[in-house]
Design a protein around this ligand. Structure first.
Ligand SMILES: [Zn+2]
Ligand SMILES: [Zn+2]
Ligand SMILES: [Zn+2]
Ligand SMILES: [Zn+2]
Ligand SMILES: [Zn+2]
Ligand SMILES: [Zn+2]
Length: 199
């Protein structure tokens, strides 16, 4: 018997089973979109309500944080608990370049996964001289420019600067070479102290 019209359901018809009863196809509707439920639309239950398969996915399944579509089976969630949410297996990659993580290691920035390079790009921790990530000791100017300490060099002699530097036309000079420059032209350079830290 159909739970809606109370008539028998012929044996050659596949009934829709929902909430402990059986129905003629089309005699029960989706709670969300009111479409008649058939074998094609599917019927999924949740908290004493019936939904078509499509709405059920949209409404209740977790969404992939990369493509925003529902995640059914093949989900990736970060094992270390550093990241919240789920991803499709094929969607889990760097949020900037979309490359997968071949060795399964990734960096987290604002709760999204990134490859090493793109993490450091966002984190302002790419060295301004060699363009490689800084992970460890770091020299920083008051403009916020960051360098590997060995890459923080005078523009003329290329010696590493360990304390005082001079900035002139967005270039870095040691004391000797800013003085040399000042003999040639009227250069007003600002004397500054390097900040050393760790990233
Ligand atoms: Zn019926
Ligand atoms: Zn629906
Ligand atoms: Zn996805
Ligand atoms: Zn990347
Ligand atoms: Zn460097
Ligand atoms: Zn120099």
């Amino acid at each position: 018997m159909c739970g809606a019209c109370d008539r028998p359901i012929a044996s050659n018809i596949t009934p829709i089973k929902a909430l402990g009863r059986t129905y003629h196809p089309g005699h029960i509707k989706c709670y969300h979109c009111y479409c008649p439920l058939t074998e094609k639309t599917g019927a999924k239950e949740r908290q004493q309500r019936v939904y078509c398969r499509k709405d059920y996915k949209e409404l209740f399944l977790p969404k992939c944080r990369a493509c925003h579509l529902p995640v059914e089976k093949e989900a990736v969630s970060a094992v270390d608990g550093k990241l919240k949410g789920k991803w499709h297996l094929n969607c889990f990659g760097c949020h900037t370049c979309h490359q997968p993580f071949p060795d399964n290691t990734f960096y987290v920035f604002e709760n999204l996964p990134y490859c090493r390079r793109h993490y450091h790009q966002l984190n302002n921790s790419l060295c301004r001289t060699c363009d490689e990530p800084i992970e460890g000791p770091c020299a920083q100017t008051i403009e916020g420019w960051r360098f590997h300490p060995a890459c923080f060099k005078c523009n003329v002699c290329r010696c590493a600067i360990t304390d005082v530097y001079y900035m002139y036309e967005r270039r870095i000079y040691c004391e000797t070479h800013i003085q040399q420059l000042q003999k040639q032209r009227n250069v007003r350079a600002e004397k500054r102290r390097t900040q050393f830290g760790r990233i």
